[in-house]
Design a protein around this ligand. Structure first.
Ligand SMILES: NC(=O)c1ccc[n+]([C@@H]2O[C@H](COP(=O)([O-])OP(=O)(O)OC[C@H]3O[C@@H](n4cnc5c(N)ncnc54)[C@H](O)[C@@H]3O)[C@@H](O)[C@H]2O)c1
Length: 429
């Protein structure tokens, strides 16, 4: 075992905890922790080890399965379930908490960890309202810890290239664009069936593109509108949505505007060739960026195994398992790199120099806006607006539109036929 390796046994250890051990844990967190247990290195911190010290889940069964699979003892890995699971996990002595529970359960776990002075990383969408974001951001500041969000699409090499071209002025002024992310029925009908009631695919996946647009192009969010369809996942007049179409309008320093449409679904047929199909197109004053997951390169067919057990359009950039040319097995990609980045940021704060300089190190890491929770304001504003518009629609008041930072307040929901808006958030976004 590595722990007995004299080269690594004396190294400092950063201990992480997991809330939720579902699909995204299996795909990204588990491979990260397994690779990092051997140690990470940065010139600023020296070498250190990273351990997954325990988890808090609803039933405890996935934690038990993980412990067994990895051959871990109870002392090595605390498996907590039930109402006090998060507190128990925090009490087990961890340095940072990863929150990957269903999105309407991020806030309470993140708050408990920040209150206890632990660094936190939250899966997208971070939280569902600006009031929640304000509370978590204030707590992180007060306790002197990092509060971060995972938006791994920002680390996709294709999106890095897009941002580089925009940043360097090679693509100038985005005018409009569309993004679509289509998930198969098995997501809504199987994997998420236990928590999907009252939810919509926009909050779950449109946020990837909300962040991409917000971070890549900057600007000020001006309005949010959303329509959607029901009747497959739940009743046609109920609160659970099959598909959504979100529209955002932004304004830039030049005074010029851009509009973006983001279409999402989790009821696409399971044998749809893309399985998860993603497409974007952005139109600039002087160019067009076209990205399509099925045109990225690879299409694989294996009789009896694709498209379910193996994917037809394999995204080897996100999270691929490989036999390396030098004979090792590895699992890597931007989905895993995002988690590693966060842990390196924590390490820089805690291990990157003398204690008296910790505040400067904390500020340097907190100011990385690509993953900072406090910088997620416009994305959370869009999610909160979309959820409010959809809730009104399912209550019989469709076609709302949210005005952002207008005369009435930060988020003002206007409904047809009403002369006054409903204020979702009073302060400026
Ligand atoms: N970055 C991405 O592309 C990506 C992809 C998938 C999911 N996600 C995000 O990850 C989160 C989880 O998604 P998933 O696909 O892993 O879901 P999942 O349904 O596969 O797993 C959810 C896990 O949370 C646990 N859980 C449920 N309620 C809990 C509670 N109250 N406290 C603690 N644990 C609880 C469940 O036991 C399960 O282990 C969501 O926020 C989702 O949006 C991100």
């Amino acid at each position: 075992m590595n722990s007995q390796n004299p080269k690594t046994s004396q190294l400092p250890v950063l201990r992480g905890g997991m809330v939720g051990m579902g699909m995204i844990f299996d795909e990204t967190y588990a491979p990260f922790f397994e690779a990092a247990q051997d140690g990470l290195f940065d010139p600023a911190t020296g070498p250190y080890k990273v351990a997954l010290a325990g988890c808090a889940t609803r039933t405890g069964s996935r934690g038990a399965a993980y412990r067994e699979r990895r051959g871990l003892s109870e002392a090595d890995f605390g498996n907590f379930a039930g109402d006090s699971a998060v507190e128990d996990l925090l009490g087990a002595g961890i340095d940072f908490l990863c929150v990957a529970s269903p999105d309407d359960r991020h806030f309470s776990a993140a708050r408990a960890a920040l209150e206890a002075g632990r660094h936190v990383v939250i899966e997208k969408p971070s939280v569902l309202s600006l009031a929640e974001l304000d509370e978590l951001a204030a707590l992180a500041k007060d306790r002197g810890v990092l509060a971060k969000v995972v938006y791994h699409k920002l680390l996709d090499p294709d999106h890095k290239k897009l941002r580089t071209l925009v940043h360097d002025g090679i693509l100038s002024h985005v005018n409009n664009g569309y993004c679509s992310l289509l998930e198969p029925k098995s997501i809504s009908g199987g994997q998420f069936a236990s928590w999907i009631t009252g939810r919509n695919p926009g909050t779950y996946v449109a946020v990837h593109y909300l962040k991409l647009i917000d971070y890549t192009f900057g600007g000020r969010l001006k309005s949010v509108a959303c329509t959607g369809q029901r009747g497959l996942v739940g009743p046609k007049n109920g609160p659970t949505w099959d598909s959504t179409q979100l529209r955002l309008v932004y304004e830039y320093d030049s005074g010029r505007e851009a509009a973006f449409d983001i279409h999402t679904s989790w009821v696409t047929p399971d044998n749809f060739p893309g399985y998860v199909e993603q497409e974007v197109q952005f139109r600039f004053d002087n160019g067009v960026w076209n990205g399509h997951s099925r045109k990225r390169g690879v299409e694989l067919t294996v009789e009896g195994r694709t498209p379910h057990e193996l994917k037809t359009t394999v995204n080897n950039h996100y999270n691929g398992s490989f036999l390396e040319p030098w004979g090792e097995r590895s699992q890597r990609g931007y989905g895993i790199e995002t988690i590693e980045r966060f842990v390196r940021e924590v390490a820089y704060v805690e291990l990157g120099g003398p204690l008296e300089n910790r505040p400067e190190r904390l500020t340097a890491m907190a100011d990385r806006h690509y993953n900072e929770l406090a910088a997620d304001r416009q994305v959370v504003a869009a999610v909160q607006s979309m959820e409010a518009i959809l809730a009104k629609a399912s209550a019989g008041e469709p076609n709302g539109i949210v005005e952002v930072n207008g005369p009435s307040g930060g988020l003002a929901l206007w409904l047809p036929g009403k002369s006054e808006p409903e204020i979702l958030y009073g302060a400026a976004v």
